[in-house]
Design a protein around this ligand. Structure first.
Ligand SMILES: Cc1cc2nc3c(=O)[nH]c(=O)nc-3n(C[C@H](O)[C@H](O)[C@H](O)COP(=O)(O)OP(=O)(O)OC[C@H]3O[C@@H](n4cnc5c(N)ncnc54)[C@H](O)[C@@H]3O)c2cc1C
Length: 204
């Protein structure tokens, strides 16, 4: 799913879904055999309302993310997850940077000019001056795009979504969180539908 001007978030793999959460939760009451749709939905709603989070750890998701550095920096604060990020020690940075969609006219021109100049200098340092990539990257701005894989369980993902879809979260990371919510609702509709209704307090 595309996010911002050059970014994206894709769900590349997942383990488990609603069925895994229901199975694990029902172990508490020795009621695995009582599973049926209405009762299961009620059960998941109950878990979410009561903060009984561990059954949601039975779901695990891996996302492929391309986001501006400043978004990734906020994202990586979420410690209960695993990250693998493309390294600018080993790879040359692509000439790609965030452009807010509301920029226009002179301001847009100046924005592009500043970013292009930073990249021109970076490539000069790497190609002409043969500076190591790990040092040359320090002239690049925080709006450049980075790529990483993010592996996270359902419970920790709910914490991320609660914090990062909130109105006081920065707009740019909020756009990623909203996209992720849509993706996981497709693979675990009851868990994330109830989460949306009970915790985010909307539609669902
Ligand atoms: C709107 C907003 C503004 C923010 N502003 C700032 C800011 O100005 N400066 C700043 O530094 N950060 C800021 N943050 C980051 C914030 O403090 C958290 O680091 C970030 O949201 C990750 O949340 P988390 O710790 O719940 O997630 P995770 O790190 O994924 O942790 C999940 C849960 O595990 C538990 N946990 C994890 N590690 C520990 C631990 N060491 N000890 C005890 N429990 C643990 C906690 O219950 C935690 O909620 C901001 C976040 C938001 C959403």
């Amino acid at each position: 799913m595309q996010v911002l001007n050059k970014g994206f978030v894709h769900l590349v793999e997942h383990m488990g879904g609603d069925a895994a959460v229901i199975r694990n939760a029902r172990r508490c009451w020795r009621s695995e055999s009582k599973s049926e749709e209405d009762a299961d939905r009620k059960l998941l709603r109950h878990l979410i309302k009561k903060g009984h989070k561990t059954p949601f750890e039975a779901m695990v998701f891996t996302f492929d993310v391309k986001a501006p550095l400043f978004v990734a920096r906020q994202w990586f604060r979420h410690r209960i997850a695993s990250y693998n990020e493309e390294s600018l020690r080993y790879c040359v940075a692509n000439r790609e940077y965030y452009i807010p969609e509301d920029l226009e006219g002179e301001l847009l021109e100046a924005w592009v000019q500043q970013n292009e100049a930073a990249f021109d200098f970076y490539y000069e340092l790497v190609n002409t001056y043969k500076m190591r990539r790990e040092k040359a990257r320090s002239v690049l701005p925080v709006g450049i795009y980075t790529n990483f894989y993010w592996t996270v369980n359902g419970s920790s993902l709910m914490n991320f979504l609660m914090l990062r879809t909130a109105p006081d979260a920065q707009y740019e990371i909020r756009m990623y969180a909203e996209a992720i919510l849509e993706l996981v609702k497709e693979v675990a509709p009851i868990s994330f539908g109830e989460f949306e209704r009970e915790v985010l307090k909307r539609g669902g």
